[in-house]
Design a binder for this molecule. Structure first.
Ligand code: SAM
Length: 305
């Protein structure tokens, strides 16, 4: 049953929703108290930088409800103790998996991929020493992998022949472990390839049982890892990046955590490297160290020190 959050505001609907989720109506234990909400919110924020606005309380409640059932816990207060008092990292991971939104698709920012192949990568290669022709690209919040595989396809299509001596390394990571499992499988519904040029679909996918299965030569160009962008130590492990895609993830963070994440990315990036954010995102008010660079229909950021 699709869940309509507008209707959720009506108390009648609230009761029905609670019944639908296995609560008995009128059972006060089942409501998430403000106290439990703030404890959970702060724990998630302190560990992941993800800021949950109070207006999202009901949405979070519905998502966490499932975690209560799995853990055989009767109330949100009990769940908050189970999670926070015990610093329960395993449950934190499960919670993050259930509250993050992972919408993505192949060639989401098509103009970004044009800029990548026509200007950004050729410029980065020309700045490299003869002895080190490795280009390191990081898709830093890759969700189910479409962004990273789009980078791989773009390179294969446009740059492989021209730069046979270059070693392209693509790392893709996410905080959510279950999306990474989907990414590694690389089997997608038609919805994910809706923006993909027809000839790429023919060349790089095999269609089986209505699934678009990516061929192995592209799959093996991408390595996956579980990285929390809010954790400076984890980010530091990814040193020497030439290009970072950090797209459509800044919305999760508040102003303070955005600044921290972008500063950490700046620090681990090679000089003359590029940072690419989502097409509706910008670093305005977040960071002044990156230099803004304009391409047709797309803005990217460059490290120049
Ligand atoms: C909307 S998806 C973006 C996917 C892809 N980059 C794109 O633009 O199509 C946002 C992803 O950010 C991930 N995410 C949220 N907070 C994160 C964090 N602190 N560290 C790493 N990934 C995070 C979510 O799990 C989710 O998969």
């Amino acid at each position: 049953m699709a869940f309509d959050f507008q209707k959720f505001k009506s108390s009648l609907f609230k009761e029905r929703y609670r019944e639908y989720n296995g609560y008995s109506v009128g059972n006060n234990n089942s409501a998430m108290t403000d106290e439990a909400f703030f404890i959970l919110r702060d724990f998630v924020y302190n560990n992941c930088g993800i800021y949950i606005n109070e207006s999202k309380k009901h949405l979070i409640e519905s998502r966490i409800n499932y975690r209560l059932k799995i853990n055989k816990i009767n109330s949100f207060d009990e769940y908050s103790s189970f999670l926070v008092k015990n610093e329960n990292r395993k449950e934190l991971n499960e919670l993050i998996d259930s509250i993050t939104i992972n919408e993505t698709y192949f060639f989401r920012g098509i103009e970004q991929f044009e800029a990548l192949t026509k200007v950004i990568i050729p410029e980065i290669i020309s700045n490299k020493k003869e002895s080190n022709k490795t280009v390191r690209i990081w898709s830093a919040a890759c969700s189910t992998g479409e962004e990273a595989y789009s980078i791989a396809i773009t390179i294969n299509e446009n740059l492989r022949t021209e730069y046979p001596e270059v070693n392209f390394q693509i790392l893709a990571s996410d905080i959510n472990k279950s999306v990474l499992e989907t990414a590694k499988r690389a089997e997608y519904l038609e919805y994910s390839v809706r923006n993909t040029p027809e000839e790429y679909i023919r060349r790089y996918f095999v269609i089986k049982d209505n699934l678009y299965c990516l061929k192995n030569d592209i799959k093996k160009m991408v390595k996956f890892s579980n990285i929390n962008l809010y954790d400076t130590e984890q980010v530091k492990m990814v040193s020497g990046c030439d290009i970072i895609f950090c797209c459509n993830v800044l919305i999760y963070f508040d102003a303070v955590s955005r600044k921290k994440v972008i500063m950490d990315l700046f620090d681990i990036m090679n000089n003359h490297g590029y940072l690419i954010v989502g097409q509706s995102e910008s670093l305005h008010g977040i960071n002044k160290d990156f230099k803004l660079v304009h391409f047709p229909k797309v803005m990217v950021y460059k490290k120049e020190i």
